[in-house]
Design a protein. Sequence first.
Length: 375
Amino acid sequence: MAEQKKKTFWLRNGTYFDYPTLFYIIFLVLFGLMMVYSAGIYASRMEYKNAYGYPLRQFIFSCMGLAIMYVVSRVRYQVIKKFTTLIVITMIVLLGLVLLIGDEVNGSTRWINLGFISFQPSEIAKIVVPLYMAYGCTDRSYYMYTWKGMLKLFTPVIAMVILIAVENLSTALICVFIAGGIWLIATKKYVYLIPVIIVGAIGIVILLNMEGYRMERLRIWRNPEEGYQTMQGLYAVGTGGFFGRGLGQSVQKTGKIPEAQNDMIFSIICEELGIVGAVGLIIVFVLLIWRMKFIAEGAPDRYGSLIVVGVLIHVAVQVIINMSVVTNVMPNTGVTLPFISYGGSSMIFLLAEMGLVLGVSRQIVPYGDEEESSE
């Protein structure tokens, strides 16, 4: 009886594990460590008086994230469903606390400082939104077929998005893409999203006009020659050529691109590794997304499948936004490149999401195996 109870929480002997997904994750993490060291060497010497400040911290974040990923992948994801309401309420409270007592960094209040550690609750929201939407579209699936039900379903997401958007519009938009994407996969009632899109568009216009720097970013996007960071990033991309200057040989990282190891790291990749390196990185991201699609299709239940879909959308949208910003396809939004950009919160919580994906993969029944995964 004790053994049976234990199995309801821990996934002990899965018949399948998606090793290609694990390989792509580890490759991206290691590649990210290499590029954080290369792109951040100048800033690290300025900040920490040595070349290893940023890469060492990123290494610690990565190890923590990989450990959390392993633990999460061993937990039966069906157990998480039971705590969905508590998770959502906690998330809304944390986002509210950011506005009340959050720390301001680089002009934005996005952090909660606990003394021994600080983190961005908005990064956690990228996990909570797919967990909640997967739960809502399975255990509350009857909400998907009426206007009133749809409003009930999206109310917690709307609350989270509004609280995030006050200080972090880009992350709020990513959460909207995740929720909307899961909805579109789960139901054919596409018409129900029309009023959501209209209200969302109005909200974006209002939020853009609330902060002057947001309209300034739009102006610079239309006139890139007036934006220092934008032009320096484009110089880095353009001077890399086909094969790049060589690893570690970037000129733009020497203070010309502010904090090159963060949001603009893709420009340094293009400068040092050229088109070949940039395209190679894109291919790895595409392969990771393709494997997540495979896991979503093979998941033993709808809930697990929609969780993976949410994570897939998160990674895909964030990669597209980051690379589009660097190449000035869209305005600067301050979105990190998954697994690659420097940052503790983004790395740890992203790897926790990957743990959910791997946890779902553990319950795939391969090649017609008659053993059924338990709910």
